[in-house]
Ligand binder design. Structure first.
Ligand code: NAD
Ligand code: UDP
Length: 314
């Protein structure tokens, strides 16, 4: 059955892939964005689809529309961008969640929150299961994002308990792929753009910190399975690729795959930068019909390199 679905942050990196997939599956999609970090160019190819609508709106203000489902993705995700206007980041997470939960309550829509592995902070438990409460600095430079997202999770649970809103919470681990902004500032896009331009690859710290990188198609599949999961399962559930790499390994792989002459340069590690991160995806496998990532780093990087090559030539 055709559903009407609202995607907040739909012109961003992940949102644009989600809008396309939802349309391809026969749904009607309303994409809401204020274009802070997103771009019309990510969704321009969808504009001639009569079942796609684009709305310029800021989620910190209430919004009303009759929909069946809401994916709440609006929020800058790159540390550079979320720290640029930290108060606005908190408002986007918290007021955005309140406005979208209020809408879900009013129109009886199911609502999924794009939460993050950042709720675990600089984790002392490795890999991170959903039961881990995290290790977050509440007054550090990442707190506008981490605590904003933690508060949003709390709001979701409270709207479920107090108002019977049908909620879903996913905790997304580092995701990359085409449609990332070349100026996004996150590590995968930075390294690829630097390698393609022959510029120095900027490793922050000694490069021994780890992340586990997920290709965007695997995430979108996990998100949609979560939205479709049984009503008694609301999460939170980790959605990520458990294969873990150091930033030095990532830099070396990007240099190899791009055939670049770029050199590695070492810059200071930003404050509170997590030292390690790797999802425990046991719960996702169990609850989401054996969901697991299918695209590993080398293949995902090749797809992403191809995207940036075209973009930089245009
Ligand atoms: P992105 O920055 O590309 O996309 C975010 C989108 O939200 C952009 O289009 C931006 O313009 C929009 N936006 C920001 N503030 C807004 C506001 N006040 N009102 C309306 N729109 C607003 O980032 P992304 O990687 O696509 O992330 C999407 C979501 O997934 C975010 O909520 C992020 O926290 C979450 N997430 C992403 C990752 C990842 O690795 N990519 C990891 C964990 C969580
Ligand atoms: N990083 C880096 N060089 C860059 C950008 C990031 O070495 O040009 C490091 C960063 O310090 C962190 C890791 O890569 O340890 C992942 O950073 P990103 O901003 O992508 O995401 P997050 O820290 O939120 O996981």
């Amino acid at each position: 059955m055709k559903k009407r679905i609202l995607v907040t942050g739909g012109a961003g990196f992940i949102g644009s892939h989600l809008c396309e997939r939802l349309l391809n599956e026969g749904n009607e999609v309303i994409c809401l964005d204020n274009y802070f970090t997103g771009s019309k160019s990510n969704i321009v190819h969808l504009l001639n689809n009569p079942f796609f609508e684009l709305v310029r709106h800021d989620v910190t203000h209430p919004f009303f529309v009759e929909v069946d489902e809401i994916y709440n993705l609006a929020c800058p995700a790159s540390p550079v961008h979320y720290q640029h206007n930290s108060i606005k980041t908190i408002k986007t997470s918290v007021m955005g969640a309140i406005n979208m939960l209020g809408l879900a309550k009013r129109v009886n829509a199911k609502i999924l929150q794009a939460s993050t592995s950042e709720v675990y902070g600089d984790p002392l438990v490795h890999p991170q299961p959903e039961s881990y409460w995290g290790h977050v600095n509440p007054i550090g430079i990442r707190s506008c994002y981490d605590e904003g997202k933690r508060c949003a999770e709390s709001l979701f649970v409270n709207y479920k308990d107090q108002n019977n809103v049908n909620i879903k919470i996913i905790r997304i681990f580092n995701t990359y792929g085409p449609n990332m902004n070349p100026d996004d500032g996150r590590v995968v896009s930075n390294f690829i753009v630097q390698a393609l331009k022959g510029e120095d690859i900027t490793i922050f710290g000694d490069g021994k910190q780890t992340r586990s990188f997920q290709y965007v198609d695997d995430l979108v599949e996990g998100m949609m399975r979560m939205m479709a999961s049984s009503d008694d399962f609301w999460g939170p559930v980790n959605i990520g690729n458990p294969n873990e790499f150091t930033m030095l390994e990532l830099a070396q792989l990007v240099i190899k795959l791009t055939n670049s002459n770029s050199q590695i340069t070492y810059l200071p590690l930003p404050k509170d930068d997590p030292m390690q991160r790797k999802p425990d995806i046991t719960l996702a496998k169990e609850k989401l019909h054996n969901w697991e990532p299918t695209i590993q780093l080398e293949q995902g990087l090749l797809n992403t390199i191809e995207y940036f090559e075209k973009l930089l030539k245009a």
